[in-house]
Design a protein around this ligand. Structure first.
Ligand SMILES: Cc1ncc(COP(=O)(O)O)c(C=O)c1O
Length: 408
């Protein structure tokens, strides 16, 4: 089965937007284009249901139902229970709240392992706990490859280890970490695994049950939807946390790690992402599958398309002596998040030329400050990052390659 790209692109208004015509988008790891199903739901919510939800009058009841639908359907796609899904303003803020909620679960002198491959979202708030008596152990990346090594992790555990925080996929080198294996290791030591899935989820939603993570986070504005962060927390675990909401919310798990009132409209429209996934599934397959099965099939479909494009881009980059690929230069265990450093020109010069060629991409440290420090890459100018997802076309990759040929 091959991804029907014209069908996919027809679901994204950005591809028919006149002001974006000619521009190829390669900053998807910063935030993806939203799909029409989500945009329609958000617009409808604002026009018809923008009232306090869960009252018995129709506009309110419907608003509440839309929110509940998003919790339920997200859970079905991620293969967890609806009560284990939480929506907060962003992944950074969600981790911040979790760190405060989890600190009382631990004693002074307890240890947490925090990877140095993370975006600061899954690093800073944990590290700050060192000021409160928690010992923070750093899991450094290999300075040459940027990879996290499992044998290195093994040596960091102790009887006092309570948690390991790491990314599913790095937002600079695009490498996929073996979440299942790492989570199992953590569990053997009685520790929790906290996984930042922000880099991973835009390339296919994970089966969280299969991964075995205790906490899994990602950002819906990078998965074709609203500017929200989604957190999965195992039910038994959230009840051990300190309530971060109003005192009378104690024990109400949907509220405990959402101190601010949630964004009703964005939550209510988040299921638009799954309407899109359902539409893609229905277009390609002629059967009745459950959401977990659909998700598995979509993952394969998306990954095959992305990998073919990634292979082409990496082959071009490997053929150039004037560029350094940061991280692995093959498609194995890798998602299409590709960072490079030009060898003969400055990042700024190359970036300016690429912009002239109507290429939208990113440059800098991408808040992945610690991985860049470990790899001894200067934060300023940092790297040039090209990231794409399943709606990207081979024509756009060729536009990028043509741009790089001029710019490098
Ligand atoms: C890998 C990764 N983790 C976390 C974040 C932070 O997400 P948010 O903007 O929702 O706080 C980002 C944002 O770029 C990211 O790329």
């Amino acid at each position: 089965m091959k991804l029907d790209l014209p069908f996919v692109r027809a679901q994204f208004p950005a591809f028919s937007e006149p002001t974006l015509e000619g521009w190829a988008f390669f900053e998807n790891a910063g935030g993806s284009y939203p799909c029409i199903q989500f945009i329609d739901k958000l617009t409808a919510f604002y026009m018809k249901n923008k009232v306090q939800p869960y009252y018995p009058y129709p506009a309110s009841t419907k608003g509440g139902e839309m929110m509940d639908t998003s919790y339920r359907r997200m859970a079905e796609y991620l293969n967890v229970d609806a009560s284990e899904i939480h929506f907060g303003p962003s992944t950074s803020q969600n981790v911040y709240v979790l760190a405060n909620a989890m600190r009382p679960m631990w004693e002074d002198g307890d240890e947490i392992i925090v990877s140095c491959q993370d975006h600061e979202a899954n690093a800073g708030a944990w590290r700050r706990l060192s000021k409160t008596g928690i010992k923070v152990i750093e899991w450094h990346v290999d300075p040459q490859t940027g990879l996290l090594n499992i044998e290195t992790l093994e040596k960091l555990f102790s009887k006092r280890t309570k948690m390991v925080a790491f990314p599913h996929c790095s937002n600079v080198i695009g490498h996929i970490n073996p979440v299942k294996e790492i989570s199992k290791k953590a569990h053997r030591y009685g520790a929790l695994s906290v996984v930042d899935g922000v880099g991973y989820a835009p390339h296919g939603f994970p089966d969280i049950k299969e991964l075995g993570a205790d906490i899994y986070l990602f950002s819906l504005y990078k998965t074709f939807g609203p500017h929200l962060g989604l957190v999965y927390v195992a039910n038994a675990l959230i009840l051990q946390m300190e309530n971060q909401s109003h005192f009378f919310k104690e024990g109400i798990t949907r509220s405990m790690i959402t101190p601010a009132g949630p964004d009703h409209a964005q939550i209510g429209s988040a299921s638009g992402i799954l309407d899109y996934f359902d539409a893609v599934y229905g277009h390609h397959y002629n059967d009745e599958a459950n959401p977990t099965q659909k998700n598995k099939a979509l993952n394969k479909l998306f990954r095959a398309h992305e990998t073919a494009l990634l292979d082409h881009l990496l082959a071009f980059l490997r053929s150039r002596s004037d560029v350094r690929i940061v991280g692995s230069d093959t498609v194995t265990d890798r998602l299409p998040i590709v960072s490079i450093i030009p060898r003969n020109k400055t990042v700024a010069e190359v970036y300016a030329k690429l912009t002239e060629c109507q290429l939208m991409l990113g440059t800098g440290d991408f808040y992945a400050v610690r991985p860049l420090i470990d790899m001894k890459i200067p934060l300023d100018p940092g790297v040039l990052r090209m990231s794409f997802v399943h709606y990207t076309s081979m024509e756009e990759i060729n536009q990028l390659i043509a741009g790089l040929e001029k710019a490098l």
